[in-house]
Design a binder for this molecule. Structure first.
Ligand SMILES: C[S@@+](CC[C@H](N)C(=O)[O-])C[C@H]1O[C@@H](n2cnc3c(N)ncnc32)[C@H](O)[C@@H]1O
Length: 291
């Protein structure tokens, strides 16, 4: 997990619209309500399925305010957290200060998924749960996925999340009713469907890129990884008006998670939920990670 000095000059790490969206500070609470709760529960379940037992070395690239870093540290892993937004890195560091049991297993720094300061094969697993949402240029997505494939050891796991192509329509318009405040969103929907590009609606609104399931699979494969599965994270939970009540009830929550698990790979439903997750493995034999 020793940082290396990149041989080429760093890519510009600031993208103005991305930075202004995250400057609103909404990200830390995103996974604590509504569909965000489903996203968190399901992502943890899916990660627990593919990650090696602790203690392992896991890179959380685009880790944001660190909710999955928190989970990984709580399990006993060492975590290399990287994010392009400095405030997110500060948030994670403040939660896990040096000299504490979790802080001593954390290496957090500002970093760009497209050019990482981590050595080849130096981690047992990579989470890429965010950068692909924002990388509109296919060459940038390829760089981010190729970097994930470079830093993971042979046989290690890579989990790469993407926004589903239908998310603006289903989550933005149907559920969050963004069209009431911003009717112009309706005029953008065909373009989002056809190109995947989600333009900013106003200064600070979400903007980025949305994948089709087969496209995510292909991009991960083109980075040299073996795709084990592409799943829908939230699936049909998007259709539940009483979602919070179900999640608050342990029995109902388990029933919901059971259904989502059962349908997660159904090809005809993959794009329904807001997030897709590709679960992949680096080719080569399994061996212990360096670091
Ligand atoms: C929606 S948040 C997800 C945060 C966290 N991984 C999660 O799933 O809750 C997306 C994150 O990706 C980060 N990000 C976007 N592009 C990036 C890049 N090129 N390199 C590193 N981080 C990036 C953003 O700053 C943000 O923190």
């Amino acid at each position: 997990m020793e940082p290396t000095t990149p041989s080429e000059p760093p890519l510009p790490v600031t993208d103005a619209s991305l930075q202004s969206y995250y400057a609103l500070g909404k990200e830390a609470a995103r996974l604590t309500e509504g569909l965000g709760r489903v996203e968190y529960l399901r992502t943890v379940e899916l990660l627990d399925r593919v990650l090696p037992p602790a203690p392992a070395v896991v890179a959380d690239i685009g880790g944001g305010p660190g909710i999955y870093t928190d989970h990984l540290l709580s399990l006993g892993h060492r975590v290399a957290h990287r994010d392009i937004v400095a405030a997110h890195v500060d948030h994670v560091r403040a939660n896990h200060q040096p000299g504490t049991p979790t802080g001593d297993r954390l290496d957090a720094a500002v970093g760009d998924a497209r050019r990482l300061d981590l050595d080849d094969g130096s981690v047992d697993a990579v989470l890429l749960l965010g950068p692909l949402y924002h990388l509109v240029d296919p060459a940038d997505r390829r760089r981010a996925l190729t970097e994930a494939a470079r830093i993971v050891r042979p046989g290690g796991a890579v989990a790469a999340a993407a926004i589903s192509r239908h998310s603006v329509l289903v989550d933005g318009v149907l559920l969050k009713r963004a069209d009431l405040a911003f009717p112009e969103i309706l005029g953008l929907l065909d373009g989002v469907r056809d190109t995947g590009v989600i333009p900013p609606l106003f200064d600070g609104s979400f903007n980025g890129y949305a994948h089709r399931p087969d496209q995510l699979r292909r991009e991960v494969e083109e980075a040299g990884l073996v795709v084990d599965d592409v799943v829908s994270v939230e699936g049909v939970a998007v259709a539940l008006g009483d979602l919070e009540a179900r999640l608050d009830d342990p029995g109902e929550r388990e029933r919901l998670l059971f259904v989502l698990r059962s349908m997660e790979s159904a090809p005809d439903l993959l794009g329904l939920g807001p997030h897709l997750l590709a679960l992949a493995t680096a080719p080569g034999r399994r061996r212990a990670a360096v670091g």
